[in-house]
Design a protein around this ligand. Structure first.
Ligand SMILES: *[C@@H]1O[C@H](CO)[C@@H](O)[C@H](O)[C@H]1NC(C)=O
Ligand SMILES: *[C@@H]1O[C@H](CO)[C@@H](O)[C@H](O)[C@H]1NC(C)=O
Ligand SMILES: *[C@@H]1O[C@H](CO)[C@@H](O)[C@H](O)[C@H]1NC(C)=O
Length: 644
C-alpha cells in the first residue's frame, strides 16, 4: 500500500468509526447581548431538556481572572466544591491561577422545567448590571435573559448585597449522543480567536460532532467570544488537555509557525498552546505512524548536509559528459534495462502504431501525444537532445505522486518517452478556466495539495540522490482520472547532493516566473526549499483559483495577498474575498485559514524559515483528516472527466 492510499485508508477508517451524532442544542450566537429580547428560538434561556437523563454530572470551563482567580474564589462563584475543583485541575486548594488560565469546573446539571441548568446563588456587588453579571462575571456561562427570566423583580432592582439566582448553561447528552459513546457535554467558554475545529481538537473530539451538537454546520461555523459551545466528550476532561504545554520544536516544529497567526506577539502564547494541542491530538494518528517514519528519513539526509557546487563545475562539466552518451544510445538503453525498474524499451514501430503514426488527432500539446499501448492510454513525448539525466532520475524514482515513466524509445536522433497517462490533464487547466462544470471541490483541492507535497517529499527525502524539482508549477502537475495529482516534467530537476558542502549554486537561472524563490532568483541558490516556495505558490493558486501571474498583477508581492486573511480579527471575514468564488459556502473556512497560514510559511523570504516537505505533509494530513472525519462532506455533483 503506497503512502497516499495509506492516508486515505486512515481517513476512511476515521469516517466509518466516527459516531454519527445529530444536532441538538442551537448555538446561542450573538443573542447574549440582546437582554431585552425574549426570542426563545435560540438557546438564550438555556439548553432544552432533551437528554436521556434529567440530571447529570458535567463540566464547564472558566477563565481565571481577578478577583476570581483562586480555587476558593472560583468555587464560591460557581457554587462548586473546592476540593473537587482542585482535584479536577490537579492543583492544591490554595492555588492562585495565572490570569486567563482555563479552569475546569465540575457541576451537576439538572432540568428546571424545560431547560437544563446548574443553579448558582450570586451576591450582587456595586456597579453590577445583569448584562455585566452574565457576560463579564460569569463570562457567558449564563445570560442576562436567563437571569431576568428567573429572578423577577430582584433582577430589575439589583440591590447590593442581595442574592440572585444565576442559571449556568449546561446540558446532558441525548440518546443519539450516548449511543455514539458520548458521556458528557462540556460547556466550553469560547474566547477570541478560537474555532470549532481548534476547540474540538483540544478534547480530541471530531469537529463534525461538535458542530452537530450545537446545531452548526460546515457552512456555518462562526462562533463568538463569551458564549458556550457544547463539546461532546467520551471521558471527563483533564487539566492537561486545557493547559497543554508548548510542544518541543522537533519533531513537530511545523505546527507552531503553521498555526500561530503572525503578529500575535506575547498574547499569542495562550493561542500557541491551543494549536499545540491541535497538533498533538490531531496529528497523533498520522504523525506517529507516518511522521516518525518520514522524519527519520529526512533527518538522516539532512545530517549529511546540503552541498555546494560552484555553478561552472555543475553546469558546464555535467552536460558534455551526458552528451557523449547520445551517440551511444544503444549502450545507454542497455544500461537502463539492467536497472531495477521495469522501464520498457519500445521500438519506433510500436510507438507509431500507438499514436496512429503521430497523427494530429493524437496530439495533446507541444510534442506530447496520446497513445494506446496495450489497451491503455499513455502519454508519449518526443524530446530532442539530451534526456539521459531525466531518464536516469525517473528510472530510479517510483512514487504514486510522481508521473511514471514506463518506457523509452530511441529513433534517428530523437528520444521518445512513454509516461503514464493523466486523464484529467494539468492542474492549470482545472484552476484557471471559466467552465463551471470543471470546478474542483474543496476535498479534491486538499487531496491534490497533499499529493504534491507527498511527491515532493519523496523527491527530497527518498530519491537517491535526493532531488530538487526546480520547476514546479500548475502546468507540471497532472491530474489522474480519479483526481489525484502527479508531478511531471523533471527536465530541470537537480540533484540536491554534492560533495558534502553547504549549498548548490548556479548562475543559470531557469524556472517559471512567479514560482521562483527569492534566494534562487537573486543568488542562484538551489535547495529543496525552492520547491517548498513553489508549493506555497501552487497552494495559493489552488485555493484562490487564480493564476499566479494574475495575483502579481493585482498585488506587489504574494505576502500582500495573504495579509488580509492572516489578520487575527478579520481573517475569517476576509477569507471570502480571497477564496475561489466557485467554492463559496462549500469549504470549511477555518481549515482554509490553516492552509493560508501554511502557505505564508512556505513563502518566507529566508529559506530556512520555510517548513520542510515532511512538515507540510503532516500539516496537510491533519487538515485533510479533519476535513474528512469532520464530515465536511460537501454535496457537489460529480465532475465529468474529460478524456483527451
Ligand atoms: C417560545 O415562547 C412562546 C410563547 O412566548 C411559546 O408558545 C413557544 O412554545 C416557545 N418556544 C420554545 C421553543 O420554547
Ligand atoms: C434552580 O432555580 C430555579 C429558579 O430559582 C428553580 O425553579 C429550579 O427548580 C432550580 N433548579 C434546581 C435544580 O435546583
Ligand atoms: C463581555 O465579556 C468579555 C469578557 O468576558 C469582555 O471582553 C467583553 O468586552 C464583554 N462584552 C461587552 C459587550 O461588554
Amino acid at each position: 500500500m503506497g503512502f497516499p492510499q495509506f492516508v486515505s485508508a486512515i481517513s476512511i477508517f476515521l469516517i466509518y468509526t466516527s459516531p454519527l451524532i445529530l444536532g441538538q442544542q442551537p448555538y446561542i450566537r450573538k443573542a447574549t447581548t440582546l437582554c431585552d429580547s425574549r426570542d426563545n428560538s435560540t438557546s438564550v434561556l438555556g439548553y432544552t431538556c432533551n437528554g436521556v437523563s434529567r440530571s447529570c454530572q458535567t463540566y464547564l470551563t472558566f477563565r481565571a481572572a481577578p478577583p476570581y482567580d483562586s480555587v476558593s474564589a472560583i468555587s464560591t462563584l460557581l457554587g462548586v466544591d473546592q476540593s473537587q475543583l482542585s482535584q479536577l485541575n490537579s492543583l492544591p486548594e490554595s492555588t492562585i491561577f495565572e490570569s486567563d488560565r482555563t479552569v475546569l469546573v465540575p457541576v451537576t446539571c439538572s432540568c428546571s422545567g424545560l431547560r437544563y441548568q446548574a443553579n448558582v446563588s450570586y451576591i450582587i456587588r456595586k456597579d453590577d448590571t445583569v448584562f455585566f453579571i452574565a457576560n463579564n462575571t460569569f463570562q457567558g456561562l449564563s445570560t442576562c435573559q436567563a437571569i431576568l427570566d428567573q429572578n423577577g423583580d430582584r433582577a430589575t432592582t439589583l440591590s447590593i448585597g442581595s442574592r440572585l439566582n444565576v442559571p449556568l448553561r449546561c446540558a446532558c447528552p441525548t440518546k443519539g449522543q450516548t449511543d455514539g459513546g458520548v458521556k458528557y457535554l462540556l460547556s466550553y467558554l469560547v474566547t477570541s480567536n478560537q474555532y470549532v475545529f481548534s476547540i474540538s481538537q483540544i478534547f480530541g473530539v471530531e469537529t463534525g460532532s461538535t458542530l452537530a451538537a450545537n446545531g452548526l454546520s460546515v457552512q456555518d461555523t462562526t462562533i463568538y467570544p463569551s458564549t458556550t459551545l457544547l463539546v461532546p466528550v467520551q471521558d471527563p476532561p483533564s487539566s492537561s488537555q486545557v493547559t497543554a504545554p508548548q510542544p518541543p520544536p522537533p519533531p513537530y516544529s511545523g505546527a507552531t509557525p503553521a498555526s500561530v497567526p503572525p503578529g500575535s506577539g506575547g498574547g499569542g502564547s495562550s493561542k500557541a498552546w491551543v494549536y499545540a494541542v491541535v497538533g498533538v491530538l490531531g496529528g497523533i494518528a498520522l504523525a506517529t505512524v507516518i511522521g516518525v517514519f518520514v522524519f527519520i528519513c529526512c533527518r538522516r539526509r539532512r545530517n549529511k548536509g546540503q552541498p555546494v557546487v560552484s555553478s561552472e563545475s555543475f553546469e558546464s562539466v555535467e552536460k558534455p559528459l551526458k552528451r557523449e552518451k547520445d551517440p551511444d544510445s544503444e549502450e545507454f538503453l542497455e544500461s537502463l534495462s539492467g536497472i531495477g525498474q521495469s522501464l520498457k524499451v519500445y521500438s519506433f514501430e510500436e510507438l507509431k502504431a500507438a499514436t496512429e503514426d503521430f497523427s494530429s488527432s493524437c496530439l495533446i500539446e507541444g510534442s506530447v501525444y496520446r497513445g494506446t499501448v496495450n489497451g491503455d492510454f499513455a502519454a508519449i513525448k518526443k524530446v530532442n537532445g539530451d534526456v539521459s539525466k531525466e531518464i536516469n532520475l525517473l528510472n530510479k524514482i517510483n512514487h504514486f505522486n510522481l508521473i511514471l515513466l514506463s518506457g523509452i524509445c530511441f529513433n534517428v536522433g530523437n528520444w521518445y518517452r512513454v509516461y503514464e497517462y493523466a486523464h484529467n490533464g494539468s492542474l492549470s487547466d482545472w484552476i484557471h478556466n471559466n467552465d463551471e462544470r470543471r470546478v474542483l471541490s474543496w476535498n479534491q483541492r486538499l487531496q491534490i495539495a497533499l499529493d504534491i507535497a507527498a511527491g515532493l517529499n519523496y523527491l527530497h527525502c527518498y530519491a537517491s540522490p535526493s532531488h530538487v524539482h526546480k520547476n514546479l508549477n500548475s502546468s507540471n502537475v497532472l491530474i489522474s482520472r480519479d483526481f489525484r495529482a502527479k508531478i511531471a516534467n523533471f527536465g530541470l530537476a537537480r540533484s540536491a547532493e554534492g560533495d558534502g558542502e553547504q549549498f548548490l549554486l548556479t548562475r543559470h537561472i531557469v524556472g517559471t516566473k512567479g514560482y521562483m524563490a527569492p534566494e534562487y532568483l537573486e543568488n542562484g541558490l538551489i535547495s529543496p526549499k525552492l520547491d517548498v516556495y513553489a508549493l506555497g505558490v501552487l497552494m495559493l493558486e489552488i485555493l484562490t483559483g487564480s493564476e499566479v501571474s494574475k495575483l502579481y498583477d493585482r498585488y506587489l508581492q504574494l505576502s500582500d495577498v495573504l495579509d488580509p486573511v492572516l489578520d487575527q480579527e478579520n481573517g475569517l471575514e476576509n477569507l471570502k474575498q480571497l477564496m475561489d468564488p466557485s467554492l463559496q459556502g462549500k469549504y470549511p473556512p477555518e481549515l482554509a485559514l490553516l492552509i493560508f497560514r501554511l502557505i505564508d510559511n512556505c513563502l518566507k523570504k529566508d529559506p530556512s524559515d520555510r517548513p520542510s516537505t515532511d512538515e507540510i505533509l503532516r500539516s496537510l494530513s491533519r487538515i485533510s483528516n479533519s476535513s474528512m472525519s469532520g464530515e465536511w462532506a460537501i454535496s457537489i455533483s460529480e465532475h465529468h472527466t474529460r478524456p483527451r
